[in-house]
Design a protein around this ligand. Structure first.
Ligand SMILES: [Zn+2]
Length: 342
């Protein structure tokens, strides 16, 4: 029987080594170790031997069987690994495919201009102050030297809050100046950016919601020259260093004296009689400005000898000039064709 075992072992090994598929391996396993396999056959024969022989032959049989099973297991492992590798190779991802395009958004043009204006004034020592969009009549008008029945109220087509006549949608960002002055002592140097509301018929240059930035500087001995210098420098930073500024006398209830500030036309550089932006005048209206009216200081409880200047400009107007946009409504319609140009 031992000789027979040697032969079985030799056969098994020579059959095992060329096997290349799991299926063939399984067939081999069945043939040797299956219920009707060679080893079960040998065990049956073993039962018929004497007990002395049984023990001796049995040990030899088991030793060979264990060794062959080990070889079978290692072959199985090897074949499984090969198969797995082949499958991975077959289903490999193609990293060379171009990726789906990533759409990168950008800030709204009004936000870009607003941020630029804020950066300009912050770099000149102003800090940013904000206030609510629903304001009291007192903050929006009264404290700004526009008492009830003052004709200047006609300049502001105001949205009032129904059932609450002392509240309204702020018509300018000036009430933020009132709030800041009522809450802190001079010196004050702020800019107030934000959304404002007017009851306007919407057209190419009017909207019922738009954006302003106002500035306020209060201290001892602030002069009109300080105002001019601040505005001239800010305009150069915003529109280019060759830009000139021009002050024309004007009226705003909360300043005295008051002025309209123009900048030299950045589109035609004052050289075209048919320029659509400056209409051939060479100048573009940019903002209102002036020295803070003593009545405003009185309303917020500042001492009478204090001095200050204020200015205010529309963000839409700056964006329209900067980008050559003729219709303000484009800013609010949110068409991607328009917005993606900025
Ligand atoms: Zn021009």
């Amino acid at each position: 029987m031992t000789a027979h075992l040697n032969e079985i072992e030799k056969n098994f090994i020579s059959e095992l080594s060329p096997i290349a598929s799991l299926q063939d391996l399984e067939e081999l396993r069945k043939r040797y170790f299956g219920r009707k396999g060679i080893f079960n056959d040998l065990l049956d024969k073993l039962k018929k031997l004497s007990s002395e022989q049984k023990q001796k032959e049995g040990q030899a049989l088991n030793a060979v069987k264990e060794s062959l099973e080990k070889s079978l297991q290692s072959k199985l492992k090897q074949l499984e690994e090969t198969q797995l590798r082949a499958e991975l190779e077959k289903n490999r991802e193609d990293w060379s495919l171009p990726a789906a395009p990533l759409l990168i958004g950008s800030s709204h043009p009004l936000t870009q201009i607003l941020e630029e204006v804020m950066e300009t004034f912050v770099s000149m020592g102003f800090s940013v102050a904000e206030g609510p969009e629903i304001e009291t009549d007192e903050n929006n008008f009264g404290a700004l030297n526009i008492p009830p029945d003052h004709p200047a109220r006609d300049m502001h087509d105001t949205f009032y809050i129904r059932g609450n006549p002392q509240h309204l949608m702020r018509t300018h960002t000036s009430p933020v100046q009132i709030r800041v002055m009522r809450s802190q002592k001079p010196p004050v140097r702020i800019i107030a950016p934000g959304r404002v509301y007017r009851h306007e018929a919407v057209d190419a240059t009017h909207s019922s919601v738009f954006h302003q930035v106002e500035g306020l500087a209060v201290d001892e001995n602030v002069s009109f020259a300080d105002l001019k210098g601040t505005i001239a420098l800010a305009c150069q930073r915003l529109f280019g260093k060759n830009v000139q500024t021009r002050f024309r006398p004007s009226y705003f209830p909360f300043v005295e004296p008051g002025a309209e500030v123009d900048i030299s036309c950045t589109i035609c550089r004052q050289s075209q009689s048919n320029c659509p932006v400056c209409k051939g005048t060479g100048w573009i209206e940019m903002m209102g400005a002036g020295m803070v009216h003593p009545n405003v200081f009185q309303a917020v409880g500042y001492p009478p000898e204090i001095t200050g200047f204020a200015f205010g400009m529309g963000i839409e107007r700056i964006a329209m000039i900067r980008y050559g946009i003729s219709d303000m409504r484009l800013f609010y319609e949110n068409h991607l064709d328009f917005l993606s140009q900025f």
